[in-house]
Design a protein around this ligand. Sequence first.
Ligand SMILES: Cc1cc2nc3c(=O)[nH]c(=O)nc-3n(C[C@H](O)[C@H](O)[C@H](O)COP(=O)(O)OP(=O)(O)OC[C@H]3O[C@@H](n4cnc5c(N)ncnc54)[C@H](O)[C@@H]3O)c2cc1C
Length: 444
Amino acid sequence: MPRLITRLPADDRTNGWSALLPKRTPRPPLEGEHSFDWVIVGMGYAGIAAARRLAELRPHDSIALVDSGEVGENASGRNSGFAIDLPHVPSTSAASVEQGRRAIRVNRFVMAELEKQIVAHGIDCGWARRGRYHAAVTAKVAASALDSYAANLDAWGEPYEALAGDALAARLGTPYYHSAIYTPGTCLMNPAALVRGLADSLPASVSRFEHSAVIEIEPGGAAPYVRTARGRIRFGKLILAVNPFAQSFGVFENRQIPMLLFASLTRPLTSAQLAKLGTDPSWGITPAHGVAGSTLRLTPDHRLLIRQGFEYSPSLSTNEARRSAARAQHAQLLAGRFGHLGHLGELEIEHFWMGWLGISHNHAPAFGQVSEHVYAAACCNGSGIVRHTAAGRLIAEHALGEHSELADDFLIQGTASYIPPRPLRDLGVLWTIRREQASGKAEV
Ligand SMILES: Cc1cc2nc3c(=O)[nH]c(=O)nc-3n(C[C@H](O)[C@H](O)[C@H](O)COP(=O)(O)OP(=O)(O)OC[C@H]3O[C@@H](n4cnc5c(N)ncnc54)[C@H](O)[C@@H]3O)c2cc1C
């Protein structure tokens, strides 16, 4: 039975990262009747990685990569730009340590692959191994989150620096944080430039169609197809790489929770302001309290980024009042950390945007074959630059019936667990988020 896809991504053209880049001409939309061996829906890290892997393994197959918008304007281009090598595991038990060790193998493999692509295709995205500060604002969260993280790093044999007080303030240029653990392996970049570069360097066997929202899908029967406003593709196999929008396709509806995040970039700091910052010329901070805390960066072009706001968004939409409140909160939080750089007006926000992603209850990916001809990879759990590059590559291999140790490592936690349907889900998710936000309210 054909299914209409009614909930589509809407690009509000606010992404700050792509606004800093030269204009790009998107690929033309799909028009007319086509037939491809493979169709991949979604031109983010997952869809692009799936297309690249299929093209490598099946160089004679025809592959179509379709997106409702323009590459770089999606979550893959709107994120905070942390490609993180080290996972966070639930405890310091032997099982968690082993789970983490296997996640590290996957993450490092993927980061090395991304680096190869960046070098081979000259992708100018500012990719730099700057590491990251995993930081707590309060002693309480430092004791609960950073100590166990350090214990896991010790068990994995990973190098790190524990910093606190003045030593940390001297690096970051703010006394706001109680302490942090610095690990050197995270790479920072402009994510819009990275995802654009990855898409634009795909092999010629991958036909790309932008501004081509899939509005109808016939996943089975004698002639499965996807339809857009002006075209239709009959396919042999379909890979859905649409992250939270999988629910619109009727896939992983009871496995994935759609979340809304907000981010801001200031204008470049003046040299006088920079002189009042710390010794690190650019840095990235991830919050020790994952739900309540804020992600921050000082970018190589001297802007401050803040990512704060993590809310349940089953409708995959928001409104102007919520956006304004989130933007005002960003300004206030930046002033709280960097007030000594001058009054708030000087730190003014130049770009403010939002984006959606999917999380699961057990932090595992939603991954696998969903019907005879259809495969899907969703539920990035917030670290999709690396994890969804892996998911895309592996879902392509899975669709070809290939098995690898990398896939075993990727799926070490299993797949996303069942979540009760709405409205029970709404109550459970909202209660959990409120509880987490209350426990971390001093970490914002
Ligand atoms: C504000 C923010 C900050 C983040 N920070 C980080 C970070 O620092 N590091 C990190 O690793 N991750 C981060 N993430 C998460 C990361 O961005 C995602 O995990 C990643 O982008 C997922 O990639 P994807 O390819 O699965 O999905 P997406 O990038 O969401 O791509 C899915 C694509 O599917 C397309 N699509 C959906 N429906 C249809 C349809 N009907 N027809 C055609 N196309 C369709 C969409 O247009 C979209 O382009 C952040 C996310 C946000 C929002």
